[in-house]
Design a protein around this ligand. Sequence first.
Ligand SMILES: [Cu+2]
Length: 209
Amino acid sequence: MKAQLAILSAIALLVALSPGARAADLTVSVRTAAGKPVADAVIMVYPQAGGAPRPSGTYRMTQHHMMFDPFVMVAPVGAEVSFPNLDTVRHHVYSFSPTKPFELKLYAKGEAPSVKMDKAGIVALGCNIHDAMVAFIRVVDTAYAAKTDAQGKATIHDLPGGVASLRVWHPYSKAKAGETARAINLARDGAAAEGFTLELRAAPEMKHY
Ligand SMILES: [Cu+2]
């Protein structure tokens, strides 16, 4: 009898502690007050249950037609980001951001120097030669991050259930440090949705974070 009880309470404990065999999907939509979809907003979820990012795949910030592509990149801490130059002109990529100050001195087409993003934060990019070239790398310390598409939407899959902090960052958001946050409580499975309204400033001249 005692053994049976022990087994039963062990099972109850396991069920209570289980992060859930299934997980939640969260879709976040971001709009301006006027209802316009906001692309390139970075959605970050920090579940109380944790989850650290692992760099995988390739992270490429190309220079093409005198522009950076993508405009906003989400990269996990530890990611090695390459900066391939696809233009016939030379570029000189730099960042003054405290998250990762660096400089890639003038380099030509076909070259692709890389930089390791070793801490979380914002890395604003510029080109010494072409002032109009601007882009951002948001280095994240959560496994659950994505950026919104042209419809202003991003879906983050396989989130553990429970309490989490949901953060939204956009390079031109008027919020403090460009970031808005709220606490959410995710069901153990199924789909959840959240919406944010951001006030954006007009794409400014190069701003150094
Ligand atoms: Cu350039």
